[in-house]
Design a binder for this molecule. Structure first.
Ligand code: AVI
Length: 322
């Protein structure tokens, strides 16, 4: 796989984001994008196979079942750009269906080099599919892909796994608008959205009994220790999952189990945390069935098709740029 990468991003960007989040007045926060270093990405892959976390299996089942129909609804010729490809496993269904009709370029866009490598390993052998990875943030990578295409070529952008749910709702719509602005009329966006379900099902998906999600969350502190010379004592924090019924989202927090001081020299930071204070690390918004179509209409797309999983409420939505 060819990989287009940016010059090494400075540790200072990570340090600045950590400083900003941990010094917020009121609720402290850490950006969820930093959950995905090599260890975090591996833990997330494990979350995806947990019996309690049905989201990834639903996403993959829908692609397996409907890939041919989805491909039939796409313009031609079309190449595929995926935002946050992860290991790329579920993308196989779309690429195989497309490769039956044309030679296809696949552009995974990922900030995690280990995920890009896993994706190449998973998908590198499909006939008539060439992979060019972009080790860049989503929009920068997509802009580069769009700039490089020939005049008549269309793009199918994959934004699967309900990653949109990790944005605040307004920011998610703004993101869709930015994607639309990069695309040409007739280009497509396949958007996966996890649908609202009962709290009894939703909670264990984010607080599994084996503690994998807890490890995924706590690894963020371990990463700060590794990369920014922090001295977080992980034994003094507890993973917490919450359902926020007003915002319709799951939240992950790290609860400080005692009054404590933490130093992060590479971020020039010293913080005092109270007992029971939490650091908010992630939101996973959940959607109603018509919501993807409504978001599409507000951001320059029309919804051409929607497929909903029968076992785990989750929808794939094919949006066409207008
Ligand atoms: C990547 N993203 C859609 C996952 C989610 O469900 O929000 C990340 C995750 N966090 C905890 N478990 C999984």
């Amino acid at each position: 796989m060819l990989t287009q990468s940016l010059p090494l991003r400075h540790v200072s960007e990570f340090a600045a984001d950590i400083r900003e989040g941990l010094t917020k007045s009121g609720q402290r926060e850490l950006p969820s994008k930093y959950l995905y270093d090599e260890v975090g990405s591996a833990l997330f892959e494990t979350i995806c196979v947990l019996p309690e976390y049905g989201l990834t299996r639903a996403d993959a089942r829908l692609l397996e079942k409907h890939a041919r129909e989805i491909v039939r609804l796409l313009p031609s010729p079309v190449h595929v750009a995926e935002l946050g490809s992860g290991s790329g496993k579920k993308t196989r269904w779309i690429l195989e269906a497309l490769s039956r009709r044309q030679k296809t370029y696949y552009f995974p866009i990922e900030i995690s080099p280990s995920a890009l490598a896993a994706c190449e390993k998973e998908l590198g052998q499909i006939d008539l599919v060439s992979i060019v990875g972009y080790e860049q943030p989503y929009l920068e990578g997509l802009r580069a892909v769009a700039r490089g295409r020939a005049d008549g070529d269309h793009l199918l952008v994959l934004f699967l796994g309900s990653t949109i749910g990790n944005f605040d709702r307004d920011a998610g719509e703004e993101f869709l608008r930015s994607v639309r602005n990069i695309l040409r009329e007739g280009d497509a966006l396949l958007l996966g959205t996890d649908l609202e379900k009962s709290v009894e099902v939703q909670m264990p998906a984010y607080d599994d009994p084996a503690g994998v999600t807890a490890a995924f969350n706590l690894n963020l502190l371990a990463r700060i220790n590794r990369e920014l010379r922090g001295d977080f004592d992980l034994a003094n924090f507890r993973h917490e999952a919450r359902w926020n019924a007003i915002e319709r989202r799951m939240e992950m927090h790290l609860r400080s189990t005692c009054r404590q001081r933490v130093e992060i020299p590479a971020a020039g930071l010293r913080v005092s945390l109270d007992e029971d204070e939490t650091i908010w690390t992630e939101s996973s918004h959940k959607y109603r069935i018509g919501e993807a179509g409504e978001m599409a209409a507000r951001t320059g797309f029309r919804c051409e098709g929607q497929w909903v999983d029968a076992e785990w409420p989750f929808s794939q939505n094919l949006l066409i740029a207008e």
